[in-house]
Design a protein around this ligand. Structure first.
Ligand SMILES: [Zn+2]
Ligand SMILES: [Zn+2]
Length: 133
């Protein structure tokens, strides 16, 4: 991770802990973990994790909520990027979001009949074919 970028962002968000680690992640309430190996140290990913802090939404019950939270954090990252001279790589953002969309798709599949299930607000998946209401 670029040292000047890190210093600036630490100065701008003194309330957030930025710690190096294996992979980019956000640990509520205020820790941003950034991957410090040169290949994957894209500052846009750090801004995304910071976006999680700034949106203040960490809890989700359904996979749709989770996807929304991810989109919100990316919106924040896009807002912040020009302030730090960070390139907004839309392809990267789409591929990151795709992993959540794929996950949602996989989890939605009914293991019995293969139909797409839906998730109620309590987080439970229901199959329109295998379950009677
Ligand atoms: Zn995220
Ligand atoms: Zn089913």
């Amino acid at each position: 991770m670029d040292a000047i970028f890190l210093e600036k962002i630490r100065g701008d968000y003194p309330e957030v802990r930025f710690v190096p680690g294996q992979r980019f992640s956000f640990r509520p309430p205020k820790t941003v973990v950034f991957c410090d190996d040169s290949n994957s140290a894209n500052p846009l990913l750090l801004l995304h994790e910071l976006g999680h802090f700034l949106t203040g939404r960490f809890d989700f019950k359904t996979e749709i909520e989770r996807l929304k939270i991810e989109v919100m954090a990316w919106e924040k990252a896009k807002e912040l990027a020009p302030l730090y001279g960070v390139f907004v790589d839309e392809d990267l953002i789409e591929s990151e979001l795709d992993s959540y969309r794929d996950f949602l798709h996989q989890k939605s599949r009914c293991p019995l009949c293969g139909l797409t299930r839906f998730q109620t607000p309590d987080g439970v998946f229901h199959c329109p074919k295998c379950e009677m209401f």
